[in-house]
Design a protein. Structure first.
Length: 229
């Protein structure tokens, strides 16, 4: 009887210790709610990293009927929810500063790798291994899940840009929004490409509306950034 009780007490202590570790990690992750991204919301404020990750996960759920035969939805959701955890340490870096093939992109990936190690160092080995596997899988694009999440990540960012006032766009975003940038990421799945196409169509309408308003002297008001669906 004493052996059973002792085992039970040890199990309670173990669970309590692991619960504290989980709580500490959640406290640390809470900062993603305050780390701001380059994107702005339709209400005129900068979005947070956590908000971006939330809608990316929502996109996976909404697209699940179209992609579930090729991927594990559960794994894709895990990747979507944690893919930006390294930004707890390195912050958000706008995509146009780290385009593929650039030195800045390489430097960012190196910083992310260091951040991954720092973020997971206090976790139990099992959780540490799981998080690191997911984060490196996303960074390196080694699975269909990671490629689809990366594609949706780019699409979500463009959706958010379309929802923002056009006055928040920087010069290169006008060119990137109308076709070139997100399409290569979306070759991983037909639905990703179709979703990218309708988002780009929306972007083109916004850019054209803005161009006409500038030519006519109307400026860049919110009325110039309506969705002409």
């Amino acid at each position: 009887m004493s052996q059973v009780i002792g085992t039970t007490m040890n199990e309670k202590q173990r669970l309590a210790t692991e619960a504290r570790i989980v709580l500490n990690f959640l406290h640390q992750s809470e900062k993603l709610k305050d780390i701001l991204r380059h994107g702005w919301t339709s209400s005129g404020r900068q979005e947070s990293v956590a908000e971006h990750s939330w809608r990316l996960a929502l996109m996976i759920i909404m697209a699940s009927r179209h992609i579930q035969d090729e991927i594990s939805i559960e794994r894709a959701l895990k990747i979507a929810l944690i893919h930006d955890l390294p930004e707890l340490i390195i912050g958000d870096v706008p995509y146009f500063l780290t385009k593929p093939g650039s030195i800045q992109r390489e430097q960012k990936e190196q910083a992310e790798s260091r951040a991954i190690g720092e973020l997971t160092q206090s976790l139990p080995q099992s959780e540490k291994d799981d998080l690191e596997d997911l984060l490196y899988e996303y960074q390196l694009g080694t699975s269909t899940e990671s490629k689809i999440v990366k594609a949706f990540d780019k699409i979500e960012a463009q959706i958010q840009q379309n929802e923002a006032d056009v006055s928040t766009w920087v010069e290169c975003e006008f060119e990137d929004a109308t076709g070139g940038y997100i399409r290569p990421y979306c070759l991983c799945h037909p639905f990703a490409m179709h979703l990218a196409d309708v988002v780009i169509e929306e972007s083109c309408r916004i850019v054209e509306q803005h161009r006409r308003s500038v030519v006519s002297g109307a400026g860049t008001s919110r009325e110039a950034n309506v969705f002409l669906l």
